[in-house]
Ligand binder design. Structure first.
Ligand SMILES: Cc1ncc(COP(=O)(O)O)c(C=O)c1O
Length: 361
């Protein structure tokens, strides 16, 4: 065996030994794990408008936005999204991961400091690592003093715990606030605009593959910042533009989000209901109404075993293990969506209690 093969095989064996080997599994059973919180990924209007746009504009964009990949539908959508966020401009990226890399490698420069919450998403961590600025990782929700001129980076709703950052307090600190709205946009705010809007933050990053049900992400902020991003962000410049039909789908998704506030109200009321039922059943979960509910198991293998037992019973629940979450906190990340019902959630809690007991014995 060649040394490279030997090395990689030994790393794979270590992952297996530590209960960290991932297995892919397509959706099956009742969805308690996706980020399709509003149930928009398969919404008839969105599918129709996307399909019609493919027929009208073709499948691919054929180039970068700064070259032949530019389309009026994306520019119009960016303007609409900026208004949705009450900002001057927005710029669309192919994914939330790329948008976070773009923001953190473009705005902070050598000599700057990025203050980053220890629970921030991998894309924020990677963006900060790739930037030339110094990094300060602060304990969850405790940035301490942030000097003027520094950057303060946080998620508004944390992806693995579902808790909220105190954005109002952060706005009073010195730094330029960068907020990842992956699990807030579409869900919070009177119009679904999220928690970080207007001039209260420097920029927000708004992935469109979660509550919006489609793909990509918008960075929203003042015109001078977005103009600079367009000129300098490498993930924007050196990447083929998204298929134009994606713009039609997101536009339709925003129509649904604005017209049907009951979807977000329903998700949050179902999330409150599930948290209460879990607590009644003696399963400790944080209070709140975000649709992300962590059930901490601890050991990796046990989390995987409980998730597999729930899957067998028809509930699509996934185990989340390190490095996505800190060692010793492997968990079930339960996510609630608008298509569920109290009856299904009550059945799920009963089943979860059984499977957790079986995994103990
Ligand atoms: C907080 C957060 N930011 C960014 C991303 C990346 O977004 P995308 O999936 O569009 O790349 C995710 C996705 O898991 C996320 O949870």
């Amino acid at each position: 065996m060649r040394p490279l093969e030997q090395r990689l095989r030994s790393h794979l064996a270590e992952l297996e030994r530590d209960g960290l080997l991932r297995k892919r599994r397509p959706p099956q059973g009742i969805d308690l794990s996706s980020n399709d919180y509003l149930g928009l990924a398969a919404h008839p209007l969105i599918k129709e408008r996307m399909a019609a746009a493919v027929c009208a504009m073709g499948a691919g964009s054929t180039g970068s936005r700064l070259l032949r990949g530019e389309r009026d539908c994306f520019t119009a959508l960016e303007q609409r999204f900026a208004e949705f966020k009450d900002t001057e401009r927005s710029l669309y990226f192919g994914s939330g991961y790329l948008a976070n890399l773009a923001v953190l490698t473009t705005f902070p420069e050598a000599g700057d400091t990025i203050y980053s919450d220890e629970w921030n998403h991998a894309s924020l961590i990677d963006g900060a690592r790739l930037s030339r600025a110094e990094r300060v990782v602060f304990p969850h929700l405790q940035p301490g003093a942030v000097p003027d001129g520094a950057f303060l980076v946080t998620e508004s709703v944390f992806s693995m715990d579902g808790d909220l950052a105190p954005l109002e307090d952060y706005q009073k600190l010195g730094g330029a606030l960068i907020v990842d709205e992956a699990h807030a946009v579409g869900l919070y705010g009177d119009r679904g605009e999220g928690l970080a809007v207007g001039e209260d933050v420097f920029v927000s990053v708004n992935p469109a593959g979660k509550a919006l049900g489609v793909a990509g992400a918008f960075v929203a902020g003042p015109s001078w910042a977005i103009e600079y991003l367009e000129q300098r962000a490498r993930p924007f410049i050196f990447s083929t533009a998204a298929p134009p039909a994606v713009a039609a789908a997101i536009d339709a998704s925003l129509d649904v989000i604005e017209a049907e506030p009951e979807r977000r109200e329903r998700v949050r009321s179902l999330a409150r209901y599930l948290r209460e039922r879990l607590m009644d059943a003696g399963i400790a979960v944080p209070t709140g109404d975000s649709p992300i509910i962590p059930v901490i198991i601890g050991e990796n293998d046990r989390a995987v075993a409980v998730a597999a037992a729930l899957q067998q019973a028809g509930f699509d629940v996934r185990a989340i293990r390190p490095p996505t979450v800190p060692p010793g906190t492997a968990r079930l990340r339960i996510s609630v969506n608008a298509g569920l019902s109290e009856e299904i959630l009550a059945r799920f809690v009963k089943c979860l209690v059984e499977k957790l007991c079986a995994a103990c014995s």
